[in-house]
Design a protein around this ligand. Structure first.
Ligand code: IMP
Ligand code: MG
Length: 419
């Protein structure tokens, strides 16, 4: 048993989110006890609605209890004793909470969308809980408002993998509404280019819409792009043909980032390049190396797809080699699996989000939301943003649109109450 558990853990821990798995386990008990799978062939003792109400009541009790455990953990954080919170004992990988989470209310909302309590055969799932957590997070941010900064990942969050933000994207009017409300927007993407033109190509739908909008320049300039995770900053600029102006590093780097030496940066990328080449050779990957000044990666030859296992293996091997290297302890880096490529970037999205917060004159983590698709603990790049702010884990652009609609609706509710 122990051995099997250990093998499973060693092999899969990087592909699990412990908090979500733990909540899923808690909800499995009322599901087993209160769902009625036999109702499909037995005369019904209870109507489906009665069963659902019963199950929902139990689910909600659990959500309330978890909410309380998180509040207790936050109290420990404030006292500097988070290592001793009960939640930390139950979910050892738990990180920092920037705000409480309204899990009870969020469950009611997601239940009205997904009919979780109405299900008789399918227990509350990973995706149900992921979406409840997202809703709980935005409820907390909006109720304690205002939400000052939203940072978005690019690929798979604002547009499909490798694609661009086109003029007809439903994302665009919603992003414009955020800007109109005075919320700042940072696009914190791993895609690392030194020229504004490249970002214009990926983001032209949004940049042109902002340009053509009736927003005052001060609000337009609340849109920034931080590329290469934490390496290249551009600010919206109406006067530029590419709508973006490069902001020199000396104007926005955090003090700690100024300590990253150029020699160390290239030494780290050299080690990463050797590791990537080794994986290419060992796994016969039909790939090519891309070396940039702040990143190194492998991309497939045209029309080729890497097997998922090879992508994961390459990213884990490379990350391990860098972690144990001397320079890897001095310079933060992010090795990740981009779906059909692998990159190692200098810095990571925690630095990217913190740089955005600082650029906008010091916004704190409890007033910032990072929206992204990569939140597994290894080989994923949005995960690091959790060190800088609150987060929402979406599975694709369609969910980002729904999340922005939830934010807008919650803002309306809060406005009505305050009126
Ligand atoms: P994100 O999802 O917006 O963070 O973008 C990740 C994708 O950007 C990767 O999967 C790559 O395809 C692409 N990319 C282009 N240049 C770079 C780079 O310099 N570093 C990392 N990713 C890059
Ligand atoms: Mg992404």
């Amino acid at each position: 048993m122990t051995t099997r558990y250990r093998v499973e853990y060693a092999l899969k821990s990087h592909r699990r989110d412990q908090l979500i798995e733990w909540i899923k386990g808690l909800l499995a008990v009322p599901f087993v006890l209160h769902s009625q799978p036999t109702a499909v062939f037995e005369p019904q003792k209870e109507t489906t609605d009665q069963m659902a109400n019963n199950a929902q009541r139990r689910y909600l009790e659990i959500m309330r209890d978890v909410e309380e455990l998180i509040n207790d953990h936050i109290r420990h954080q404030k006292a500097g004793t988070e290592e001793y919170s009960k939640l930390k004992l139950l979910v050892p990988s738990i990180g920092m909470f920037f705000t409480p989470l309204y899990l009870h209310d969020a469950f009611i909302y997601q239940d009205s969308q997904r009919y979780i309590s109405w299900r008789r055969f399918v227990a509350p799932s990973f995706n149900d809980i992921r979406l409840v957590l997202n809703t709980a997070q935005v409820m907390s941010l909006i109720r304690s408002g205002p939400l000052e900064l939203v940072t978005f990942d690019g690929d798979v969050t604002l547009y499909d993998d490798g694609k661009s933000l086109e003029p007809d994207s439903p994302m665009i009017p919603r992003l414009l509404n955020l800007l109109r409300d005075g919320t700042k927007i940072g696009i914190v993407t791993a895609a690392g280019y030194t020229s504004a033109r490249k970002y214009y190509e990926r983001l032209h739908g949004l940049l042109d819409a902002v340009q053509d909008s009736d927003l005052p320049d001060t609000l337009k300039e609340n849109l920034i792009v931080l590329g290469g995770e934490s390496n290249y900053l551009f600010r919206f600029s109406a006067g530029d043909p590419d709508r973006l102006k490069y902001v020199p590093r000396k104007e926005w780097l955090l003090d700690e980032m100024r300590l990253w030496q150029e020699d160390d940066i290239s030494a780290l990328l050299d080690i990463a390049e050797v590791a990537l080449k080794d994986c290419m050779k060992n796994m016969r990957l039909d790939a090519q190396i891309i070396r940039k000044d702040r990143a190194v990666g492998i991309i497939p030859m045209p029309h080729h797809r890497f097997p998922r296992e090879a992508l994961e293996e390459t990213v884990l091997v490379t990350q391990k080699i860098l972690e144990v290297s001397a320079v890897g302890r001095r310079i933060p880096f992010c090795a990740f699996n981009g779906g059909n490529d692998i990159f190692v970037d200098i810095g990571d999205k925690s630095w990217g989000v913190k740089a955005c917060q600082r650029f906008f004159k010091g916004i704190n983590g409890g007033k910032t939301l990072h929206v992204g698709d990569q939140f597994l603990s290894a080989g994923a790049n949005d995960f690091k943003a959790r060190a800088a702010c609150t987060t929402a884990w979406i599975a694709g652009p369609v969910e980002t649109v729904l999340l922005l609609d939830e934010i807008a609706e919650l803002e309306r509710v809060v406005d009505r109450k305050n009126r």
